[in-house]
Design a protein around this ligand. Structure first.
Ligand code: F0G
Length: 462
């Protein structure tokens, strides 16, 4: 079946936009994706889901949705092999004749992390690895939807401000969709891995002498002046695609919700998207209860943590962000109100973790043979704190959302194992505790004896 065949079109959902603040509704947004009335963000909603028989996504009840999604696993149609568009009843639909731009995103693994469970004081622990997407971060799940809408609307140029992963993902999807892409990234503050991806995928890549929040400011002005489609996570179509990670997760768990979902927080689009999916799945009867969704930030980039802990979520004070987890080095998160709603609705919480705690957690995730980028490791570091506080009980089920691949930031990993990640920084003394995790490469004479001697030394240490 082709993705635009009448059968598939009949299965999709009619969507509209609604402002999260004033409730104004619209079919199309301005180029900055802000409400014309009050300037706040839009979210996608599905008026057609309400039927006389209760909520039905594209006319289907929960059991038939589960069955349709299961059956598509054996289909070879591009929209079915995508781990995002496979769930298209819960996504905005493209107009007739428009194909999704897909790199077969989603379809990411759920891993057991026994060593990490032990380190956190848990009986078991799982991680959904969104770094196993085509461009190696969770951004692909949202980019496939938003880039497809950009092309449908006839845009020639797409653009984003990024700490690296959004730009890599956008550049790839723009290239696949025959569009040009413009990337604004903070100079010197993103890993070479991510920058090199955008270059290879053909983006025009500008390193601005500012931070991520400064790049966002420039971009917002730019889209007002030029016909450029904005692909940051203020774009609600991004979040609809990102929602599917939670749907896929619940399918992998045979629709038994975990007790907790733990997510890194930067611009707060991802936690908002995953939470929206949980709420929609509950409303549609796909799950019977909500997991608690908790957001973890780095101490040096913790505006959301402070907003909740110090101001009861009533306001968010932007800050100058600083952390080695560069992907979440964000001081003025755009989607904080959406994320707040999710935390409140699911009865989750927010926590912050130190640089040394992030580095340790990253190595521990590596020691389970999985690995992730530094920003993703805040989840394990945060879980340890939540267990100590009693918010998470050792026998509960927890899923960490790992957002980026271990190869995204090799400089961090190498410096960690060489022991010089924190040299000259305020964390130098506390970083001494990391020594047992460090495995610097060894330079040896090219003899078998030298290698055997090394092997025996490590073997005797257990
Ligand atoms: N983890 C990784 C690996 C990221 O790249 C990001 C954000 C986050 C977590 C935080 O997600 O912003 O939705 O709360 N990266 C952005 C970028 C902002 O430009 O790539 P968030």
């Amino acid at each position: 079946m082709s993705p635009t065949s009448p059968e598939i079109k009949a299965q999709v959902s009619v969507s509209r936009l609604r402002c999260i603040n004033c409730g104004a509704t619209a079919d199309r947004a301005e180029q900055n994706f802000r409400c014309a009335n009050c300037g706040d963000l839009f979210e996608v909603f599905y008026p057609g889901w309400e039927t006389s028989r209760g909520l039905r996504a594209a006319g289907h009840d929960a059991d038939s949705l589960k069955q349709i999604w299961q059956e598509r696993k054996t289909s070879l149609a591009p929209a079915d092999t995508s781990g995002v568009w496979r769930f298209r009843e819960l996504l905005p639909s493209l107009a007739h004749g428009h194909e999704p731009i897909t790199l077969r995103e989603g379809n990411t693994p759920l891993y057991d992390l026994p060593r990490c469970a032990h380190a956190a004081g848990m009986q078991s622990l799982q991680a959904k690895h969104q770094g196993m997407n085509p461009t190696a971060s969770f951004k692909d799940t949202g980019m496939t939807t938003a880039a497809s809408f950009a092309r449908q609307e006839g845009f020639r140029w797409v653009a984003c401000a990024s700490t690296g992963n959004t730009s890599a993902s956008m550049a790839a999807y723009a290239a696949r969709g025959g569009m040009r892409s413009l990337v604004l990234i903070p100079e010197g503050k993103i890993s070479w891995g991510k920058l090199s991806q955008s270059l290879d995928y053909g983006a025009i890549t500008c390193q601005l002498r500012t931070d991520f929040d400064g790049c966002v400011k420039v971009l917002n002005e730019l889209v007002r002046r030029k016909p450029i489609y904005l692909l940051n996570s203020v774009n609600p179509y991004r979040l609809e695609g990102q929602k599917t990670a939670a749907i896929e997760l619940l399918e992998q768990l045979e629709w038994q919700p975990p007790d907790h979902l733990i997510v890194p927080g930067g611009n707060l689009g991802n936690s908002s998207a995953l939470g929206k999916a949980l709420l929609e799945m509950k409303e549609l009867g796909l799950i019977s209860r909500l997991p608690k969704l908790s957001v973890i930030q780095a101490e040096g980039a913790n505006p959301f943590y402070r907003s909740i802990r110090e101001h009861g979520g009533k306001k968010l004070l932007p800050m100058q962000a600083e952390t080695l987890a560069t992907a979440i080095r964000i001081g003025n998160p755009a989607s904080w109100k959406k994320a707040l709603r999710v935390i409140q609705a699911t009865e989750g919480t927010v926590e912050q973790v130190s640089e040394v705690e992030i580095a340790l957690a990253k190595a521990e995730i590596g020691s389970d043979g999985v690995g992730c980028e530094p920003a993703s490791a805040v989840t394990l570091a945060g879980l340890k704190k939540l267990v100590k506080q009693g918010f998470v009980k050792s026998g509960e089920s927890v899923v960490l959302i790992l957002t980026g691949h271990v190869l995204k930031d090799p400089e961090f990993t190498l410096q960690f194992h060489r022991g010089d990640l924190f040299t000259g920084s305020a964390h130098e003394t506390s970083a001494k505790t990391l020594k047992p995790q460090q495995r610097a490469p060894l330079v040896l004479d090219a003899t078998v004896d030298a290698v055997i001697e090394t092997l025996e030394r490590f073997d005797s240490k257990g």
